[in-house]
Design a protein around this ligand. Structure first.
Ligand code: BGC
Length: 422
């Protein structure tokens, strides 16, 4: 009896020790995990914009510091005295245009044979009339040669019928980092600015085919234009959505805090920020682009960069123009590339929260890239660039944090919208 009690008490002691051991280990692991999370968090908090990206290459082009004019643009046809300006509504247009949307299409040489008026580098100037618009068409790309072939086979004839002067710049990102669509668009503008004076920049995704050629690729002086408002993959609906980190409760909390500080002052309840989709195909004049400081460079992977641009546009008081309504629509080339293939950008809601507060300090004026190749191919100019990659701290932080903690992270350069004065 006595021995059994002794054995039992030893067992209980061992069990207690074992439990204590487990508890201590858990605490140590939890502490280490939290510590490294905080280290990453504090590192992120004290970062400057430029520290959020890194480069493996030596020579990085800083757009502000390295402004070289190279002028590649084609010479104009010699118009006679009687040549008129091209009509605002070109009479060659066909209306609805059928297209293949299968990414098998034709070979490059077949497409070239059908587009003999295109000058090397993918440029065109109508010779029967003096064009009203000079348009840089910028296509961000990586590993989508098939899509590009189908797109250019379909679009080159349309752009020519629209009687615009244009050049196609394909901005190819080298492998090795997450895709950064916005940065590639900034690069496209920087390279187009070196090439000549364009009065309109078009941001065109490689997988979208226009369905009606009456939707003109021309900018509007008053407001940025969004052509890809209606796309088959979104059931031809205009998209609107909310930014996750700016959810209503957060806005409401800020509103109440402000109300308690200001006591009797009248305070307007903040609006829940709604984003209107401006992705796919959008266009801006050079002035509009400069006024919003281009696009943010901080969006790596799928999603958010177009929403950030929308906030920039809204902050400058622009409305989003689409004069063609539902008559202007797009089909998606198959096979479709999905968000997941590109890797969803978990950080997007974090950056979107302060898109407007950040816009003057970060964007086209902080763009850095390394130019790897500039090739004038028959149907487009290919510009291959290394745009760097997201800093390790950022990758680490965003891969281990929950959406909730991401949403509550603050950066030293962020200012809350309710106390933002600059
Ligand atoms: C993303 C955008 C995207 C849109 C439509 C949003 O959640 O942030 O980048 O264009 O969804 O797919």
């Amino acid at each position: 009896m006595h021995t059994r009690r002794l054995i039992c008490s030893r067992l209980t002691q061992k069990q207690t020790l074992f439990k204590l051991g487990i508890l201590t280990c858990t605490l140590i692991i939890f502490y280490a995990y939290k510590n490294s999370e905080y280290a990453a968090y504090h590192r992120i908090q004290s970062s400057d914009f430029l520290e959020l990206e890194t480069f493996d290459v030596e020579e990085v082009l800083d757009v502000k510091a390295n402004w070289k004019r190279t002028q590649h643009f084609i010479t104009k046809p010699s118009y006679s005295k009687n040549t008129r300006r091209c009509p605002a509504s070109p009479n060659k247009l066909l209306g609805n245009v059928s297209s293949t949307r299968l990414a098998e299409g034709q070979s490059w040489s077949q497409i070239e044979a059908q587009n003999q008026n295109i000058v090397s580098g993918g440029a065109y100037v109508p010779d029967e009339c003096i064009p009203r618009h000079r348009v840089a068409i910028i296509i961000p790309l990586r590993n989508r040669d098939l899509h590009l072939r189908v797109l250019l086979a379909h679009m080159h004839p349309i752009w020519q019928r629209q009687l615009i002067e244009y050049k196609v710049f394909v901005i190819t990102q080298v492998d090795g980092s997450a895709f950064n669509r916005a940065k590639l668009l900034n690069v496209g503008v920087a390279e187009a600015k070196k090439d000549g004076v364009y009065d309109c920049y078009v941001f065109q995704d490689a997988d979208l085919l226009l369905e009606n050629d009456h939707c003109l690729y021309t900018c509007h002086d008053a407001n940025p234009r969004h052509l890809a408002m209606y796309i088959d993959k979104y059931s031809y609906e205009a998209l609107q959505y909310r930014v996750l980190c700016s959810k209503y409760e957060e806005a409401k909390g800020a509103f109440n805090a402000l109300k308690s500080v200001l006591k009797d002052e009248p305070v307007h309840e903040p609006e829940i920020p709604v984003v209107k989709y401006v992705g796919g195909v959008a266009m801006m004049t050079a002035e509009q682009f400069d006024s919003v400081n281009g696009l943010s460079n901080l969006y790596w992977g799928w999603g958010g960069e177009d929403d950030d641009l929308y906030f920039r546009m809204k902050a400058k008081g622009f409305a989003i123009d689409n004069p063609y309504g539902k008559n202007c629509s797009y089909r998606t080339i198959r096979p479709e590339h999905t968000a997941m293939e590109n890797g969803e950008n978990k950080a997007r809601h974090f950056f979107l929260r302060y898109a407007t507060a950040r816009m003057n300090k970060e964007g086209f004026n902080t763009l850095r890239y390394s130019l790897l190749a500039y090739e004038e191919r028959p149907l487009y100019t290919n510009i291959t660039v290394d745009v760097g990659r997201q800093s390790n701290e950022m990758v680490e932080y965003f891969s281990r944090s929950s959406q909730e903690s991401i949403c509550s992270t603050k950066m030293r350069w962020d200012k809350k919208w309710w106390d933002s004065s600059d």
